[in-house]
Design a protein around this ligand. Sequence first.
Ligand code: C5P
Length: 218
Amino acid sequence: MKPFVIALDGPAAAGKGTLAKRLAAHYNLAYLDTGSLYRAVGLAVLRAGGDPTDAGAATEAAKTLSASLLSDPELRSAKAGDASSKVAAIPGVRAALFDWQRRFAAEPQADVDGRPRSGSVLDGRDIGTVICPEAEVKIFVTASAEARANRRLKELQARGEEAIYARVLEDIRARDARDAARADAPMKAAEDAVHLDTSDLDIDQVFAKAKAIVDERL
Ligand code: C5P
């Protein structure tokens, strides 16, 4: 049977990750946070003393990406976030990560714990447009830049990172601009995506709305 795919796209800190995990648990689907792949590539380049805008170094890091980096605690840091959107603009990096993501969507049973699953939830920027344009459900999750900066600030502070609101907001805006402006697979909603603005919603409300969208397509 063809695996069922839920594609969640949208800008940084819009709430995609939290929603994706809830949906995956509720429908017993595998989950892939595709941003972590780009973060891992960015981090690998930084750790090797390289520059994340260097296409050669970043493409090589993407081709040789080690799975252990995907659970590295530094992946969620502000500097990994910044490096990730730089490497994500490099076509060689996107090409190297494309097959990996396609395979995950095609064979969700290959998920970490090996339990059989009938489909997957992927979150990112180009899932509904490039990685899984055939996905049964596409949701474009958005929120105002201010609401997203507030959430990201709390997340960074909870992890003990020093952060100030104005700087986090500036970083989010810079990342949005880079993600939307790049030539290769820019962040954008698929034509058939349902838009979900989470600015004034808590996670239970976001989940309820997303669940209603998924249930309509089951
Ligand atoms: O979602 P997250 O903030 O972890 O993603 C980090 C970066 O990875 C994004 O800013 C974006 O540049 C890149 N990304 C991407 N395509 C995806 C997922 C993430 O370009 N599907």
